[in-house]
Design a protein around this ligand. Structure first.
Ligand code: ATP
Length: 315
């Protein structure tokens, strides 16, 4: 396995009409979860990924696992929880510039994950363990599980990759800051956005943020800068890597996960850090051009065409 990831995926319902959701009668149904998005991004690019999670003993859970399995992700470590349901969420499109997310995930099947869900051998045989700051916000048992997963990864020399993925609606700011910093300190690679960096350290200057993340223990920090691209920091070097021109942004949500899959794909293929970040930028930009989190994730051929054909200098 190249990358193992752990986290909750939910059924996502989006009204087919915009405006107040109380007037919506028809919805499209997809699935959304940061960690499974990354796993799918990796299989599209030809890598082997596995996703650890829990689903309810229900139709939505079954459809979700079929979908993720169908994308080539190993789901052999997904457990079925009899006493809770698969989480769901809605995207309410009030206006073009006012999209709200409503979660129905409290006490969901995935929030019941615990240390018992972890198979040491499964984690030990991966090259990377990918985790996000969403999972420890779900429940105390999820927090404990994630700490144990990191412990197992370190024990077996598996590189830990952490995307803080701050979700302020899931917990208090104080708790979020404390726990996210705990995971920053335990991770080898961190992939924050500027807003997350500012939330954690109170500064938004990229250079200062990169230095703070490294001082807290990561060997590599890649700061995502939205449409501009990303900047990586190691103890030896920092470089800004511009992204690619996107003529029309359709749906930027999921670009961060796309970036992560492209970046890890680059590392797995032995690219330099600059080129791995560039691959991440390419996937992030391609995801922004398509509706949905995973629909825009490219295979390697499409990605190479996009990277080679898109003018990156005028961003
Ligand atoms: P998410 O909303 O998925 O959580 P994020 O905040 O983690 O996203 P972003 O910085 O928005 O991450 O996007 C990740 C990367 O995708 C960026 O660093 C950039 O390389 C690329 N990207 C995102 N949006 C665009 C865009 N409009 N044009 C070009 N590249 C983009």
């Amino acid at each position: 396995m190249d990358v193992v990831t752990i986290g909750e995926t939910m059924a996502l319902f989006t009204p087919e009409t915009s405006g107040l959701m109380r007037y919506a009668h028809t919805y499209s149904r997809k699935f959304g979860g940061s960690e499974s998005n990354v796993a799918i991004g990796l299989t599209r690019l030809g890598h082997r990924s596995g996703w650890i999670s829990r689903i309810g003993d229900d139709e939505l859970g079954k459809a979700m696992v079929s979908f993720i399995r169908g994308e080539g992700v190993d789901v052999s470590e997904v457990q079925v929880e009899k006493s809770a349901q698969t989480g769901i969420y809605f995207k309410e499109l009030r206006r073009e510039d006012d999209v709200r997310v409503l979660y129905y995930r409290k006490n969901s099947a995935a929030s019941r994950m615990s240390k018992n869900d972890l198979n040491e051998e499964y984690i030990a045989q991966a090259k990377y363990l990918h985790i996000t700051g969403i999972t420890p916000a779900l429940s105390d048992s999820c927090y404990e599980m994630l700490k144990e997963a990191v412990h197992l990864a370190k024990k077996h020399g598996v590189t830990v990759v952490f995307d803080p993925n701050l979700r302020k609606t899931l917990w208090s700011e104080e708790k979020a800051r404390q726990v996210l910093l705990e995971f920053v300190k335990e991770s080898d690679i961190v992939l924050p956005g500027i807003a997350e960096g500012k939330f954690l350290y109170g500064v938004d200057d990229p250079q200062q943020l990169g230095e703070r993340f490294l001082a807290d223990g990561s060997t590599t920090c890649v700061l995502k800068l939205g449409p501009r691209g990303a900047q990586y920091f190691t103890r030896e070097k920092t470089e800004f890597v511009p992204s690619f021109t996107v003529k029309k942004v359709i749906d930027p949500v999921g670009s961060g996960d796309g970036f992560c899959s492209g970046f890890l794909s680059g590392l797995l293929d032995g690219l330099s850090l600059y080129d791995a970040v560039r691959r991440g930028n390419g996937v992030g930009a391609m995801v922004a051009m398509v509706n949905g989190d995973v629909e825009g994730l490219p295979d390697k051929r499409d990605l190479e065409l996009f990277i080679n054909e898109t003018d990156k200098d005028d961003v």
